[in-house]
Design a protein. Structure first.
Length: 78
């Protein structure tokens, strides 16, 4: 579950391929990642099933495969 207004407020400026400045939001980044994630079909990745996103609601929901054995990777703090 993600709060769309919060993601929209968090912005960054970057250069596009043509060298022009563009402003992007974290919401743009989420949509881009979800699009890529939907194309990946491999046993090493958690499967993405559906994105529930309505314009009249402030939240979007990602429907993912259940990882019932717990955390998939451990974080190395070093």
């Amino acid at each position: 579950m993600m709060h769309k207004p919060t993601l929209f407020r968090e912005r960054a400026i970057r250069y596009d391929e043509a060298g022009k400045l563009e402003m992007i939001t974290n919401l743009d980044k989420v949509y881009n990642e979800v699009e890529i994630w939907g194309k990946i079909n491999h046993c090493f990745f958690v499967k993405f099933y559906e994105l529930i996103d309505a314009d009249e609601h402030d939240y979007m929901y990602l429907i993912l495969e259940l990882a019932d054995l717990g955390q998939l990777a451990s974080w190395d703090y070093k």
